[in-house]
Design a protein around this ligand. Sequence first.
Ligand SMILES: Cc1ncc(COP(=O)(O)O)c(C=O)c1O
Length: 392
Amino acid sequence: MNPDWRQDNGGSRLEGMTRTIEDLIPDYLRSLPVYVPGKPIEEVERELKIHAVKLASNENPLGPSPKAIAAARAVLGDSNRYPDGGTYALRQTLAERRGVSPQEIFVGLGSSEIIDLAARVLLRAGLQGLTSEGTYAPFSVAIRASGAELVLVPQRHFAFDLKAMANAITPKTGVIYLANPNNPTGSAFRREEFDEFLAVIPDDVVVVLDEAYIHYAVSMGLRESVEAYRKRKNLLILRTFSKVYGLAGLRIGYAIGMPELLSAMNKLKTPFNTSGVAQAAALAALDDKEHVTRCIETNARERKRLSEDLAKMGFQPVPSEANFVFIVVGPDAKALSDDLLQMGVIVRPLGWMGFPEAIRISVGTAEENDRCLSVMARVILKRAGKGELAVR
Ligand SMILES: Cc1ncc(COP(=O)(O)O)c(C=O)c1O
């Protein structure tokens, strides 16, 4: 079909030309990759008829806070009603806790929705969205889906190269996406490094700082990023209830940012994005400090053990500040993950995130990690016997 039909005909159909539905989908959307989620545990158990452990999606192995479960149950009966579309109570509480106004809080359908909305609001054809290689793939997808050009900056030692990213800014740059700690490598940057970066970012460029795993970065002694936001309003901070709060299945997260930006996102979001059940659970989860502390401590202990035991097997885990461990296993990474899967341990091969030779293992409970380590040892022995694994 004539690609210029719109110009030729002022937007209406040309005589004798057939437009297909496919023609309506822009090229930049057609070429987007599909997000492949970690394999569901039920599917693996059904297919293999074994009990499986899922260490593939960085979920909280200790589950939600019992207080969050009770709060969710208490409002289930109101599900005939639409939820509070303005998420008043949750925004109010978050605003008090984080020291900002409720107008500076946006509650989203997980932080995933906010990653997407930021690009939809701020980017378009002719502009550039900047992120790093080897980071959370939905950043790139959001940039490309907006019609803007995706600019990827290489990492250094499996971490964001903030200096190189700052140098990659052009007059066309609209948004920069960062994750701290980073998924999938688990590396994190210090606040001083981030402050230096932020200081050179032009005022008309928004920095999206995704802090999905920030609670786990205990060794970093990080200051609240809200302090940076108070000084530089071109910062959009993302938090989620999916990780330390254990509510991934309820799909709720939030952003802190300037009211003008958040109100534009409000116009684009679907009218009732987060459910009443999710809002109630999130509110209760915020109050269960004991549960949060237990989750952080268990993760730190188990992450250390998992990393040390993987190192004993000959791997070199990237020091992790998150709830997962990243290891380079060699060209057989996908095959190794498949072998682990066959033995009931679901991990994430990382070809789709730009690391075809690496896998990511989420930190589970002590028993889940034991199972992972023992299955890993067996798989390595088997593959080494066949000369198939080049452990680094
Ligand atoms: C860096 C990062 N950001 C955002 C998300 C998505 O979180 P949510 O469940 O809040 O959509 C994830 C999920 O794994 C993530 O790793």
